[in-house]
Structure formats: C-alpha cells, structure tokens
Design a protein around this ligand. Structure first.
Ligand SMILES: *Cc1c(COP(=O)(O)O)cnc(C)c1O
Length: 485
C-alpha cells in the first residue's frame, strides 16, 4: 500500500490518514506518495467511460489504504464533495466557435465559482470522517487572499467535527470573495477580517505560523494545518485532466496538451501526477502572469524568489509556489537532499539553481510563458469579440500562454486551456478588459454573487496587532460552547 514521505526526507513514511491530518510533514516538507500508481492502457479505456465522480473515486482510491477509509465509504466522500456543483458532470469542456476552435475546460462550477471547489469538498469530507473515527474535533485556521478561504468555508459548512476560521486582510480581497465567506449561514464557519495588514496575506501567515509554532497553544486549541498543501487536494486535482482527455482525443492513447494558469503549482502538479499515472499528455504549458518565478525556473534553471506584483489575475500572484517542490521531488527521483538544499537556498538566498539534468527534464514536460497584464486584458477582449465567450482573467492567461508558445508544441495535437474561475468573480477586470460603457455582459454575472450582495454579513473584525490573542480567545469560547452543547 502507498505510504507518504516528506519532500525533505526527514520523517518515517506515514499512512494516508496521518498525511491528511498533519498537513505539513513534521520536518517542514510536503507529503508525497512513496510511489505513483500507474494506470495501464486497458484500464484507461475502461476509465474513459466513467462519469466525473466515478472517475474521481477510481483514481483517488489508488492512493488510499482501504484499512484507513474503506473504498465504498471513499466513493461516498468523493461524490458528496461534488454535490453543490451546478454542471451536469462537475466540469464543462467547451469548444469555441471562432477564436480558432479554442478548447476551454471550465473548472468553476462549484459553489464558490473557482477551481478550488473541486478538491476542497472532498478534503473536508475526508477530514471530518477521520475525526469521526477518532472521536476528535479540529479548528482549521487558514489565511486567505483569494479563492481558498471561500472554498474552504463552503466545504467546511455544517461539518460535525470541524470549526473553520478563514482569516483575510480587510480591503485586500474583493468584496465578492469576502461575501462568499461572510454571508454563509453555518455556525461552524467563523470568518475574521483583519485590519492594518500592510503586507496582506504575508502578515496573516506570520500570525498563523506563530500560533502553530507554539505546541501548547496548538494542542489546547486543537489547531490543524489542514490547508492548501494537503495531499487530498493534489490527488483530486489530477482528475479533471483525465476527464478532459477522454472527451478530447479521438482514440485513447493519442497525445494532448494542457495550458494551466499557475500560481502555487497545485493544479499543474495534479496534471503532472495524471501524466505520471499514465495519461498520454505530450506537454503542459505553465502559464504565469508577471509573477514569473516558475517560467524563469523552467526556461533558465534558476528559480528566483521575487517580490509580489499585483495583477488582474490575482489568484496566481504567488512568489513561493510550494507544490513545485513536489514536482522537483518526483523529477529527481526523490532526491530529498537536493530538495532540502534548493528549498533552503530559495528562502535564504532567494534563488535555487537547478542542475542541467533536472532543467532538461522540466523542459521536456513543460513549456512556459509569462503573460503581461495588458495581454491578459487583450485576450479577454479579443476572445469575447470573436466568439462571444467571456474568459476570466486566469483562463485568459492560459489562452495567451498557449498562443505564445504555439511553436514549441507538437503540431496537430489538441490544446485544452484551463479556466479556473467564473468571470463574475472579477467584474472590475471584465469591465477594464471589455472597455466601453455598455455595461457588463450577462456572462459576467452569477446569481450566487448577486444574492450575496444583498445578504447580511457576519464576521469578526480584529486588528492585526491583537489577532493572535483575539483569535485564541474566540476559539476558547467556541470550544466551551461545543462542550456545553
Ligand atoms: C488557486 C487558483 C489558481 C492557481 O492554482 P495553483 O494550484 O495555485 O497553481 C488559478 N486560478 C484561480 C482562479 C485560482 O483560484
């Protein structure tokens, strides 16, 4: 059975439940499976006939020891994670009329309209199930500057054994994103808006790290670092690549290319995992905006840690894409000594230098591009005027990147661009991109966003200075309330 090791190599292998509940490995690395299960060509044929939830169960079960979660139960946890989706088969694959028959894979049909919903429902279901088995509860704290907080809040809502505390810097996330958390009616979700965050999410990350760093507090408050880096999310994010593949190629076995708007490399690592499991992906396009650390690493072998630049595709404004370490772990055949050195150089010297063999392996698998803000806006406008289809800014980065590297891609192979958010989450960017004053097109609206605009908000407001003590106090009260109840 598959066990999980750390990218930094400093822990004994653990079973699936420990990897999920610990989040980060104890040595500060990320969990990766000790081997990757391969799907044979014959099995691929069989998987090609399944609907999305059944496909997801099949793929995910290969990483889960049935002694930890039996596979019939796992199927329920997977299927429940997609219940709030509004697409018939969880995601939608559209081929545009015009714009050169562009293929767009829409990953935003979940309750908070971003691709984060795909895995977050499943993650929270698994965590709640494992806690139920153990008779425990957890407080999940996560700092968010984008789509993760809303997705986690919705996925945690109503869970019996979880209290979820999404923290966000006041005024630094969009009103629509904040309202997705603050208008949610669930007595186990406690959004906290934090005032005076000059460095945005980084300020919050420091407070969270401080809380977790104190072992006594962590135990007293039953804190968990179940968060973005969780293995549950990564493996679930491999599924849409299989799904889109089966609906795009003429025959199973034919090649395909995916272009992926990339921030923390979680979505793209899901793609890499799908390929490593046997999906015939010829190449991926790693689509960065001007926060181009990954593009630089892939094209030059130098992986720099740069300062953050705010762009219209804010969900990929990321300078430390932690899932990239998972990729390097796989590409180097699990050379954790090298990963440790690179991670440390990246932090201390703000640059990791990859060796030639690793660089070459990366370039075989990934093409990459860094897309300027104006190109993102131009792509939204031109695709909309050519085909009537409205891309969100992240989908536009993927399309622009696929076009920028077209000459590096195998000819005649279909290219699928991943659209990771509904455009209604970014009305200001849509207005800038389309220009004029005819008002927003209907595709830039969504009823759930409209409804949230009129609903009452409930949130805690706290200054950054008092966040640590304020949060601990709120959690203590909540624990008392739970115990009395
Ligand atoms: C999180 C997110 C991304 C980036 O995905 P990573 O896994 O961080 O690379 C892209 N687009 C949207 C809308 C997102 O919310």
């Amino acid at each position: 059975m598959i066990r999980f090791v750390s990218t930094r190599g400093g822990i004994a292998p653990v079973a699936f439940d420990e990897a999920v509940l610990q989040g980060f490995a104890a040595d500060g690395g990320l969990f990766v499976p000790d081997s990757i299960p391969v799907v044979s060509a014959a099995e691929l044929e069989r998987l090609s006939t399944l609907d999305f939830p059944a496909l997801a169960s099949e793929l995910v079960s290969r990483f889960v020891d049935p002694a930890v979660i039996d596979h019939a139960r796992l199927r329920t946890l997977v299927a429940d994670g997609f219940r709030a989706f509004d697409a018939r088969d969880v995601v939608e694959l559209v081929t545009l009329q015009g714009s050169g028959g562009l293929r767009v894979l829409e990953l935003f049909h979940g309750p908070t309209l971003s691709f984060k919903d795909l895995a977050m429902g499943f993650l929270m279901n698994v965590v709640d199930d494992l806690l139920e088995q153990r008779g425990e509860r957890l407080n999940i704290v996560l700092a968010t500057t984008g789509d993760t907080g809303p997705a986690a809040a919705w996925a945690a809502a109503g869970k019996k054994r979880i209290d979820c505390w999404p923290l966000y810097p006041l005024g630094m996330i969009s009103d629509a994103q904040a309202r997705q958390m603050t208008t949610l009616e669930a007595d186990n979700v406690h959004p906290v808006a934090v005032e005076d965050c000059r460095d945005g999410g980084d300020d919050l990350d420091l407070v969270v790290a401080d809380l977790f760093g104190d072992g006594d507090t962590r135990r007293e408050l039953k804190l968990s670092s179940v968060n973005s880096i969780n293995w549950c999310r990564v493996m679930m994010q491999a599924v849409h690549y299989f799904h889109a593949y089966f609906r795009t190629v003429e025959a199973v076995g034919d090649p395909i290319v995916f272009s992926v708007p990339t921030g923390a490399f979680g979505n793209l690592f899901g793609g890499y995992l799908a390929r490593a499991m046997g999906l015939p992906v010829a190449r991926f396009v790693c689509a960065n905006n001007v926060n181009d650390g990954l593009h630089t690493a892939i094209t030059t072998g130098s992986f720099p840690r740069r300062d953050l630049v705010q762009t219209p595709s804010s969900a990929i404004d990321i300078v430390a894409p932690y899932n990239f370490w998972r990729l390097l772990h796989c590409v180097t055949g699990g050379d954790s000594a090298r990963i440790r050195r690179w991670m440390d150089d990246f932090t201390a010297r703000r640059e990791a230098r990859l060796d030639d063999t690793t660089s070459r392996s990366l370039r075989d698998i990934f093409a990459s591009a860094a897309i300027a803000d104006q190109t993102t806006l131009d792509t939204m406008r031109s695709v909309h005027s050519e085909s009537g289809y409205l891309l969100d800014p992240h989908g536009a980065v993927a399309v622009a990147a696929a076009r920028a590297v077209a000459s590096e891609l195998p000819s005649g192979v279909p290219v699928v661009c991943l659209a990771t958010a509904h455009p209604a989450k970014f009305p200001d960017v849509v207005a800038r991109a389309l220009g004029g004053d005819r008002g927003l097109p209907a595709a830039a609206r969504h009823p759930s966003i409209e409804n949230a605009r009129h609903a009452c908000q409930h949130l805690r407001l706290c200054s950054l200075e008092h966040l640590r003590s304020g949060l601990a106090q709120a959690m203590r009260r909540q624990i008392v309330r739970r115990t009395d109840g």
